[in-house]
Design a protein around this ligand. Sequence first.
Ligand SMILES: NC(=O)c1ccc[n+]([C@@H]2O[C@H](COP(=O)([O-])OP(=O)(O)OC[C@H]3O[C@@H](n4cnc5c(N)ncnc54)[C@H](OP(=O)(O)O)[C@@H]3O)[C@@H](O)[C@H]2O)c1
Length: 268
Amino acid sequence: MPKKVVLVAGASSGLGRAVAEALAEAGHTVYAGARSFARGKEPPTGCQALALDVTQEDSVRAAVKAILDRSGRLDVLVCCAATFTMAPLEELPPETLLDMMNVNLVGMARCVQAVLPGMRGQGGGHVVLFSSLNGLFPIPFQGAYSATKHAVEAYAEGLRQEARRYGIRVTAVEPGDCRGGSRAYRLTHIAEGSPYTAAFQAGTAKIHHDESNGLPPQRVGRAVARAVGKKRPPARLVVASLDQRAGAWLHTLLPRRVFDRFIEAYYR
Ligand SMILES: NC(=O)c1ccc[n+]([C@@H]2O[C@H](COP(=O)([O-])OP(=O)(O)OC[C@H]3O[C@@H](n4cnc5c(N)ncnc54)[C@H](OP(=O)(O)O)[C@@H]3O)[C@@H](O)[C@H]2O)c1
């Protein structure tokens, strides 16, 4: 398998870190980007750390330039950076929704725009965008996060259609619940005396339980490393337990009102 030069954006914790380590383990040259590397956080094993803030155009451009200066090319971009606030949609501050969009979707777009000219110039590349099973179906109190991930799904599909002619492949990764994600990025917002309090507490407790008992992040890391090694990588990569995959199938198959009742009962 030819060895590649890879940038993983959002590689300081959770799935991004596991992906960076799996790619380094497979022998690729891996640049791990995140804000906390500028504050001295240890890079993932086998990777070179880069300070990267996907909300800042200059930071993204500087990181890509540093890679091109050091390695002469960039073959693969993996975008994992994301933030996540659970809240009743009625109470979610619009600024919080904008912040999530800015990292989860627009930050991704900044990275993509910075790497595409180089990939086109070298005749190809691979862009791996982290969506979620929540990019396929939302759940209560994750509606805003799900909206950002639905947007990622559409973005990935549009990019795939546009970039294929330049030999650039696009993979949307749709993980189910995985353990190891940093608590720092799992915020909650609920108004004092909110009518949603009881449902919110039950729903978020279930979400925390499912994540804590989710797949090990290394499983996603290995799946992405396999996809990166392929000549024809998949357009979509679901990495999830059978019951969570079943949730996605049911969402497609069942009438929406029936699916809503199923979800309501699960998170009650
Ligand atoms: N964990 C799961 O169960 C799960 C399930 C489905 C999908 N996903 C998706 O998988 C990806 C990783 O999630 P995770 O839960 O494993 O990770 P996480 O522990 O929540 O880590 C988030 C990462 O994003 C980075 N980040 C946040 N804001 C950033 C910014 N402005 N610029 C650059 N990097 C930024 C953080 O690094 P710094 O703070 O150091 O910048 C960190 O490395 C996300 O896209 C998430 O939506 C996760």
